[in-house]
Write a protein that binds this ligand. Structure first.
Ligand code: NI
Length: 289
């Protein structure tokens, strides 16, 4: 009998721990359209179907500090960021959140590199914690003319943390990217798209959201991700995640098809600049039109 009581007590204790967590997950998922996939990150880590490759080794952790990308001259002769004369063109910004993950992000960068003669650039809203693991990947993205933007250090919901933590979530990630690339991210995408007046006041960067949500994190399906992205038009910001190979496979199809339709694929900063829309802190943007 004692044992039965003990087991019941133990079950109650477990339930008491688990229920609030479930309620929180439900609340978070309900509040925002951004991935539930990201929430597990806060507990045991992300749950991609692939095994993330180990963090890069070698001297690359110190290399960028000693040798930041020169602003005048790209290391490999690759087109630097800044696409010539895109005013008047049809523009789309493909954006990738929650990475970098070496293998998936590099597969996306392979596509960018394959179409570099057409100045294909994408934007990564990177997590500081992942940047720390994959500095070489971040540097490669920068060298290919992609934009490294800020998705906070480790994906906290900014509306649920104190102001000082909000600031450190953003600035710690920015510091890390700047150490690696020599350039500080200019844009922030708040995790889950969650923002309120406190976030606007504390985060001294423009907040970039999206207007085309591929739901790649939810469907885990290449074809539906492709279909959603191909629904984009001039001035749109497309949300994807460099977490899964299904998304990288989608990018391999999306890029050539959008180019064929006459779109230029540019970074978020390039698109707003070309459209003559100034990005300012204290405001959020879902599209450039
Ligand atoms: Ni995210």
């Amino acid at each position: 009998m004692k044992k039965v009581v003990y087991i019941y007590a133990k079950m109650l204790a477990v339930a008491a721990m688990v229920f609030p967590a479930i309620l929180c997950l439900a609340a978070c998922a309900e509040e925002q359209s951004e991935p539930v996939i990201e929430i597990p990150m806060l507990t045991p880590g992300p749950t991609p179907t692939f095994v993330p490759e180990p963090a890069e080794t070698g001297n690359d952790a110190v290399l960028p500090l000693q040798n930041p990308v020169p602003s005048e001259e790209p290391i490999t002769g690759i087109q630097p960021s800044g696409t010539p004369d895109i005013s008047g063109e049809k523009l789309i910004a493909l954006t990738f959140d929650d990475g970098p993950y070496g293998e998936v992000t590099n597969r996306i960068l392979d596509v960018v590199e394959a179409y570099r003669d057409q100045n294909v650039h994408v934007t990564f809203f990177a997590l500081g914690s992942q940047v720390d693991k994959f500095p070489k990947t971040v540097l490669r993205a920068k060298e290919l003319g992609c934009e490294i933007a800020n998705h906070t250090y480790d994906h906290k919901n900014l509306t649920k943390i104190p102001t000082q933590e909000m600031i450190s979530q953003v600035e710690d990630a920015a510091d890390l990217v700047e150490q690696i690339t020599g350039e500080r991210p200019k844009l922030v995408r708040p995790p889950y798209g969650a923002k309120n007046d406190d976030v606007y006041a504390a985060v001294k960067y423009p907040l970039i959201l999206w207007n085309i949500d591929t739901l790649d994190w939810k469907t885990k399906d290449t074809d539906s991700t492709v279909a959603a992205a191909l629904g984009a038009g001039d001035g749109d910001i497309v949300l994807m995640h460099d977490l899964r190979h299904e998304t990288a496979a989608a990018v391999e199809k999306i890029v050539p098809q959008l180019l064929e339709q006459g779109y230029k694929l540019v970074t978020v900063s390039e698109m707003f600049e070309a459209k003559g829309i100034e990005l300012t802190m204290g405001k959020s943007y879902r599209k450039a039109k």
